[in-house]
Write a protein that binds this ligand. Structure first.
Ligand code: SF4
Ligand code: SF4
Ligand code: FES
Length: 237
């Protein structure tokens, strides 16, 4: 009869305290195993929302490393600190105010021009993107390239934590993505049509009904919808 091998435990340090946790967990799962509850600093748990940046050190290693708590596996002797959030001030502009030129982006975020091409941002990116190349593309005036390079940015801010020029990458990339979306991407007729339908009140009754349904029934309706592609009765509009 085969036996399950005994679980291996390792020691991690969180805010200076030692915890024994099973080997193979992510930092997030290991801290939960140790009794901590993530009331913030976590979202999708799958590496997509960017809410869980951490800094850590490995034993005997001088370097301060960064990563996502939900994706980074714990290692024996690891020292971990959570970052409550990456405090990046973002200048949100209305769609009508956006301008399709790099000068506009630089005016809002002048620190971009201080980029020294050190590549520290790209080395920190858990998505494997190259924020440095995107920043350089903006400096060359190529906003489309910058948007293309950062389409998969999850706005975790880890690149900004590393940046000696204090560039607010996620904010810059969001702005550039919006500019490119407004000025260079083809208009979606189906989205425009749906917006008109929403504005005409077509879905008002269905919406009122939907928010009054209890969670259990809502789950059954959703499961049924996944199977059949149809919503019941007046929810189907
Ligand atoms: S580009 Fe920066 S903010 Fe975006 S995913 Fe990479 S490290 Fe996170
Ligand atoms: S870390 Fe900052 S200064 Fe260095 S390459 Fe990236 S954007 Fe430029
Ligand atoms: S919880 Fe969403 S990226 Fe980690």
């Amino acid at each position: 009869m085969s036996q399950t091998p005994p679980r291996r435990y390792i020691t991690i340090f969180f805010n200076g305290e030692a915890y024994s946790v099973p080997h193979g967990l992510t930092i997030m799962r290991a801290l939960e195993y140790a009794g901590f509850r993530f009331t913030r600093g976590s979202g999708c748990r799958g590496g997509f929302c960017g809410a869980c940046p951490v800094v850590y050190r490995l034993p005997g290693d001088y370097k301060i490393r960064v990563g996502l708590a939900c994706q980074t596996p714990v290692e024996d002797g690891m020292y971990i600190s959570l970052i409550p959030y990456v405090p990046l001030v973002e200048y949100v502009r209305r769609r009508e105010e956006l301008k399709p030129d790099a000068g506009y982006v630089l005016k809002l975020y002048p620190e971009i021009s201080r980029c020294v091409s050190c590549n520290a941002c790209s080395k920190a990116c858990p998505q494997g993107l190259s924020p440095m190349d995107a920043i350089q593309a903006i400096l060359r005036g190529d906003l489309r390239k910058a948007a293309e390079l950062t389409f998969d940015c999850i706005a975790c801010g880890l690149c900004s934590l590393r940046c000696p020029a204090e560039i607010r990458h996620p904010a810059v990339f969001r702005l550039v993505g919006r500019i490119v979306g407004v000025y260079y991407m083809p208009r979606s007729r189906s989205v425009e049509q749906r917006v008109k339908e929403i504005e005409s009140g077509r879905f008002n009754n269905a919406f009122v009904k939907l928010v009054s349904i209890d969670p259990g029934s809502l789950r059954r309706i959703y499961d049924e919808y996944l199977k059949t592609g149809r919503l019941p009765g007046d929810l189907g509009v």
